[in-house]
Ligand binder design. Sequence first.
Ligand SMILES: N[C@@H](CCC(=O)N[C@@H](CS)C(=O)NCC(=O)O)C(=O)O
Length: 204
Amino acid sequence: MARRVWRYLLEKGIYFEPIVMNLNGDQMQFEYLQMNPFHHVPVIVDDGFRVLESLAILDYLEAKYPEPSLLPKDAQALATVRMVQMVSTNELLSKVIALIFESEDSPKFAQAKQHLDIGLNFLDETLGDNLYFGGGQISLGDIVVGTDLSLLPKLGINFENYPKLNDWFERLMQREVWQKTELSMEEYEQFKRVLKILIKRKSR
Ligand SMILES: N[C@@H](CCC(=O)N[C@@H](CS)C(=O)NCC(=O)O)C(=O)O
């Protein structure tokens, strides 16, 4: 989720000082728990004001630094941006994680794939002929959905069956910020190792 905020800050051109966390323990340190008792990243501190939860952070930063705007004003476009952010967070992310960890011949894997297919079709239709989810310009919706879905190609899943989404994904990945922040295969393997530990810890 930190990558959502990182990409947002770079797209906006907001100056920030990153603190890189090793999620194999840094998040359990006393000082960090004072900032986020749920021991999650990301957290930001802006002018002494602390915000956690990636979606809340994006809203805060967008309100505080409105230009260039990454939230459309039009009611339908705004609703679309919010909707896809929530669909990605609530419907898709857990399925992406299941595809990473469940074995390919398990019922859980098949269920996750099926649910994901519904989600990707939905996003493809929602996008329609727009360049981005909020219209002609990149928005918070693209940053959240694009970041969450960018794990799929690492798993060997592409967007060929979803032509509009496929074009959108390529468009997004061609942007300078996305090229600069793309997860390398090595970082992806490291991410998987850490996530495995976190999931195990959570299920105890
Ligand atoms: N809902 C939170 C979720 C954040 C989250 O789950 N972060 C994970 C990494 S992707 C984390 O920090 N896990 C460390 C832990 O649970 O100890 C958000 O959107 O910011």
